[in-house]
Write a protein that binds this ligand. Structure first.
Ligand code: BV8
Ligand code: ZN
Length: 252
């Protein structure tokens, strides 16, 4: 059955995805940078991705922040400024729509851009944090912070400690409480829909296997083959902003 499903053309794949989603109850969606690509947010490993232009893999680490907090904050400031003119795209809205139509729905996102929340998603588990939140490196206070064009290093208003982006960097553990919710949803879901992720970063990439092992159907939406394509039951090759509204649309 799986191999048959794989060789579907896009329309057949969309119909098959619709069929699976409308006949199964507990739905989990996992998104990566690809879902924000059509909003104009660079992906990480794409041709114009962050990893290419800013040596991001050296910046999104505690060591980088330790040795040059100014450089790391400049990189996040650049990303924040870009996000000021960025809006959710039809893919984000389709997922918010799917949540409204489902009575058992969880959204897990690797993205830190906050676009799912702006598009109206209620249950977005932001496993890598959020670029618009900061955390004090001294007293641990977390707060929303929409500042851009930073002058020097941002300081905590209550203790004067150095603020850092409240984002999970490479080598840092994902927040325990979020991971608990993630695994609760994956261990009982009937369908996992993976959108716009290369399946490289762990532990997010392993979530697909957790769902599969519990007997869940796996649907992948991406513009190309990824490391997760082999375990997907249905692979919808196409831009998320184009195919997701078709998959979710017309479902009552
Ligand atoms: C941890 C915040 C342990 C930063 C991010 C070797 C093997 C295995 C694992 C490791 C290893 N070495 C190190 C590790 C662990 C490491 C890891 O996975 N490294 C990778 C690079 C191998 N992971 C970690 O360090 C994690 N922590 O393991 O902790 C631990 C435990 C206890 C105690 C201490 C430590 C933390 C990982 C979190 C890193 N932070 N983000 C920031 O944003 O500034 S990850 C970063 O990558 C983003 O969050 C991004 O979302 C995420 C994943 O990338 P993707 O979303 O997949 O993006 P990518 O560009 O790769 O792909 C985009 C996809 O979209 C492509 O497939 C493309 O085809 C598709 N696409 C493009 N356009 C569209 C589209 N699809 C549809 N429509 C379109 N229009
Ligand atoms: Zn503080």
């Amino acid at each position: 059955m799986t191999s048959d499903l794989k060789s579907l053309n896009r329309t057949e794949a969309i119909l098959s995805a619709k069929e699976i989603i409308s006949t199964h109850r507990a739905i989990v969606v996992l998104t990566g940078a690809g879902i924000s690509a059509e909003s104009g947010v660079p992906t990480f490993r794409g041709k114009d991705g962050y990893w290419k232009n800013y040596k991001a893999e050296e910046l999104a680490t505690p060591a980088a922040f330790e040795s040059d907090p100014q450089l790391v904050w400049e990189w996040y400031d650049i990303r924040r400024r870009k996000l000021l003119n960025v809006k959710p795209n039809p893919a984000h809205y389709a997922i918010a729509e799917l949540e409204k139509k489902s009575d058992d729905f969880t959204l897990i996102t690797q993205n830190v851009d906050g676009l799912h929340l702006i598009a109206g998603s209620k249950t977005a588990l932001e496993i890598h944090g959020n670029i618009w939140r900061v955390r004090c490196t001294y007293c641990g206070i977390k707060e929303e912070n929409t500042q851009t064009h930073f002058e020097g290093l941002p300081r905590c208003t209550s203790c004067g400690g150095l603020l850092r982006p409240d984002i999970v960097w490479f080598g840092e553990a994902l927040p325990e409480e979020v991971l608990t919710e993630v695994y609760n949803s994956l261990n009982r879901c009937d369908v996992l829909i993976i959108v716009g992720t290369s399946g490289i970063v762990q532990p997010a990439a392993s979530f697909a296997y957790t769902a599969k092992n519990n007997g869940s159907k796996v649907i992948e939406v991406n513009i190309e083959e990824t490391y997760l394509s082999d375990i997907s039951d249905v692979k919808v090759l196409g831009k998320a902003g184009e195919v997701l509204p078709k998959i979710v649309g017309g479902m009552d």
